[in-house]
Design a protein around this ligand. Structure first.
Ligand code: TLP
Length: 348
């Protein structure tokens, strides 16, 4: 990668040499005919990791979540979803624009959960005035809630509640491998209560493109038709899937390193006068520092000053930032970012 220290997201990671090699050598076929052996293998491996019967390779996490909403809901039906969830905030309203799915938002708690009593109260009784509540969507790790992982126990309870009321349960597990690393369990254990889960190959796992939607054989067969309808049927996609297979083989065990670096980054930033961090965070690879009220700079000014020093970070509010660690961020980078923040704030 280039010389910049890029903490804007783990989506900025580039494929490893092993991935490029596997892409070069990939056996391919027409995946719309289900004849691409590399895609088929990726889907099988991915489903195995999630403890589901089948997987579907999709171009993005956004499409995976959209297909899940469309597979579980008819137009005019409702999905219960966190008000800080990626699907609600950052997927261009796709579930309603394209699927006619009505989002019933509930407040995300600081730990990324939705309160079970809120979910229970949101499920609508049969009444001619109401949309049918069909789906519960949770996000693990929860991006806007500090990268918080949801526990197995919470996920199990949420799943039980959803199923007891006849709802389907989808997990946006874009970073489910980070959640598993943080919780010290397997992704399959976190996915177990869900009917479907999407996870991304192109974030912390460093593959260049793609996500996989996993679920039962029957659900994934229907999802395949929806993917085609959305224009997501790809042809010799084995070139991309090959990198995904390497991602699944090589990357999950190293995620704890990203989490350790995020903790070190947070510790270093918290020691700088004028910066504070939410308590108990980070739990995975995201750090959300904020400027204290006495700092005369805006987040935008700090972001610009850092970018002049070759450090790119995300800005999430007037006073807040998001910094994401990933395979391209070293210990030296963490130290450089802490001292650059210190210098920029000392000059204000
Ligand atoms: N998140 C991106 C941005 O869109 C904000 C990021 O930099 O974090 N679910 C979650 C929880 C996500 O964080 C993202 C991407 C997605 C879904 C969508 O994945 P893609 O970008 O592959 O469509």
């Amino acid at each position: 990668m280039n010389q910049r220290i890029d903490l804007r997201s783990d989506t900025v990671t580039h494929p490893l040499p092993e991935m490029r090699e596997a892409m070069y050598r990939a056996e391919v076929g027409d995946d719309v005919f289900e004849e691409d052996p590399t895609v088929n293998r990726l889907q099988e491996i991915a489903a195995g990791r999630m403890g589901k019967e089948a997987g579907l390779f999709v171009p993005s996490g956004t499409m995976g979540n959209l297909i899940a909403a469309l597979v579980h809901c008819q137009r005019g039906e409702e999905a219960i979803i966190g008000d800080l969830s990626h699907t609600f905030l950052f997927e261009v309203g796709g579930i309603s624009a394209l699927g006619g799915v009505f989002p019933h938002t509930l407040p995300n708690q600081p730990d990324g959960t939705l309160r079970l009593e809120d979910i229970r109260a949101a499920i609508r009784p049969e009444n001619v005035h109401f949309p049918k509540t069909r789906l519960l969507i949770l996000e693990n790790t929860h991006n806007r809630c500090g990268g918080a992982p949801l526990s197995r126990e919470y996920t199990r309870q949420a799943g039980e509640l959803a199923h007891a009321h006849g709802l389907a349960f989808h997990i946006d597990g874009a970073r489910i491998f980070n959640a598993a690393a943080a919780e010290g369990c397997s992704p399959a254990e976190l996915a177990e209560p869900a009917d479907t889960i999407t996870f991304c190959l192109s974030k912390a796992l460093c593959a260049p493109v793609g996500s996989v939607l996993c679920g039962s054989r029957e659900t994934i067969a229907r999802a395949r038709r929806i993917r085609k309808q959305l224009g997501g049927g790809m042809r010799q996609a084995g070139i991309l899937a090959a990198a995904g297979i390497v991602a699944l083989e090589l990357m999950p065990p190293r995620l704890v390193e990203d989490h350790r670096r995020a903790a070190e980054l947070a510790g270093g930033l918290a020691a700088i006068p004028g910066i504070f961090l939410p308590k108990g965070m980070p739990r995975s690879n995201m750090v959300f520092p904020e400027l204290s009220p006495e700092v005369p700079l805006s987040a935008r000014q700090v972001e610009t000053a850092l970018s002049e020093r070759g450090i790119l970070i995300g800005r999430v509010s007037e006073r807040g930032f998001r910094l994401v660690t990933h395979a391209w961020i070293s210990d030296a980078d963490v130290a450089a970012v802490i001292s650059a923040f210190r210098e920029v704030l000392a000059r204000s």
